[in-house]
Design a protein around this ligand. Structure first.
Ligand SMILES: Cc1cc2nc3c(=O)[nH]c(=O)nc-3n(C[C@H](O)[C@H](O)[C@H](O)COP(=O)(O)O)c2cc1C
Length: 365
């Protein structure tokens, strides 16, 4: 795989060119009414990071059906009305020179909650709560809803829901699509032996536990345009001896590559309470290098990337094809522009802001 030299060099994935290698990592905003329709919050939040120079802007985990939501305030994409509400956002992002991306997801047993700051207990039915699904009937924690074990029909329906969301995503103007297969949500619940105790052909062996994600990937790839990239986000390890591990994740990445996946975003953990990366800066960052080498696929690094030099070194040394930033870009929407200034690269301040950075709007001479 080719080595890259700069965070600010474009990245081509199929027919799509990202203007730089900086992505806004998907982050739930819990800003919807229970209908899952995008609101002004999403336009301003995502739009501000596009103004701020990130080459790729990815929405929060967007539910493929009402039952797929984490909370009743999640963004959704299961009808034409959802696509229509997102279209002004993708148009705005594109107008800033960034690529509009979406992460589509199903929460499985981690769903059915209110906004997180309203408590961790399941949402009562009277307040709009719903039955949560999982490969096996195991709660996430003592506070969580007891999930229903998915039938074969539920499994097939979920694949259909992902494909419908992919089609709607294109219609809404997204040009980068990411499938959320990590962080302890439904797909990861199938992958991990800690949460998948099924006896049928979706449980047991590696091949069986990965069937659900391979089927979704194949269905989505067939529906998503050939000239546009498909990405997946994986938890590369459960951080548990008896869990899903890095070798499993690299093997799956190679399988997904053969199904037409172009990029793996290398995250980790969150399958059971406490399965988080160990303390310390950037514990999951090295996973991207491992996936690039082991699966021969482009990889995105994420997790405690905060400094321009750190991101630049990662790209320049072949440790990742692009970087995703979460919290650092919540703190600073202009992170990418500030990084360009720090690294001596041309900074993409928008023209209406020119006077703030010492540029004249018209030549006075
Ligand atoms: C408020 C918040 C919401 C998040 N929501 C999502 C999400 O919807 N999908 C996802 O894949 N990761 C989600 N994450 C994880 C981030 O995308 C990112 O992987 C994580 O914060 C580590 O990167 P950072 O150290 O740059 O923040 C969320 C993180 C935060 C802080």
């Amino acid at each position: 795989m080719t080595q890259h030299t700069s965070l600010f060099e474009p990245l081509s994935l199929r027919g799509l060119s990202l203007p730089n290698r900086i992505g806004l990592s998907p982050m739930c905003m819990y800003a919807c009414e229970p209908d899952g329709l995008a609101t002004p919050w999403h336009l301003v939040h995502l739009g501000a990071r596009a103004i701020g120079g990130a080459g790729l802007i990815v929405t929060e985990a967007t539910a493929v059906s009402p039952q797929a939501r984490i909370s009743n305030a999640d963004l959704g994409l299961w009808s034409q009305a959802h696509a229509d509400a997102l279209r002004p956002i993708t148009a705005f992002i594109e107008a800033q020179g960034s690529v509009p991306g979406i992460q589509i997801a199903h929460a499985g047993r981690k769903g059915g909650t209110p906004r997180p700051w309203l408590g961790r207990k399941p949402l009562p039915r009277a307040d709009g709560g719903w039955d949560v699904l999982a490969p096996s009937p195991l709660r996430f924690s003592d506070h969580s809803a007891a999930p229903l074990e998915m039938s074969e029909r539920d499994i097939a329906q979920t694949s259909t829901d992902f494909v419908r969301a992919a089609t709607l995503a294109y219609d809404a103007g997204f040009r980068y699509l990411e499938l959320h297969f990590g962080h302890g949500y439904l797909a990861h619940q199938f992958l991990s032996p800690l949460t998948n105790l099924r006896q049928d052909d979706s449980g047991g062996s590696f091949e069986n536990r990965t069937r659900f994600v391979r089927d979704i990937t194949a269905g989505v790839r067939a529906a998503w345009p050939d000239d546009l990239p498909l990405a997946v986000r994986l938890s590369m390890t459960d951080w548990r001896e008896d869990g899903w591990d890095l070798d499993d994740a690299v093997r799956l990445a190679a399988d997904l590559r053969s199904l037409g996946v172009d990029l793996v975003i290398c995250s980790s953990g969150a399958i059971v309470p406490g399965s988080h990366p160990p303390e310390g800066a950037g514990m999951q960052i090295p996973f991207a290098r491992r996936v690039r080498a082991g699966a021969g696929i482009a990889a995105g690094a994420v997790g405690q990337i905060t400094q321009a030099e750190q991101a630049q070194d990662l790209i320049a040394s072949g440790g990742a094809d692009l970087v995703f930033l979460g919290r650092a870009m919540l703190r600073d929407p202009y992170w990418a522009i500030h990084a360009a200034e720090e690294l001596g690269q041309p900074a993409r301040w928008p023209t209406p802001y020119a006077r703030a950075v010492g540029r004249r709007l018209v030549d006075a001479s």
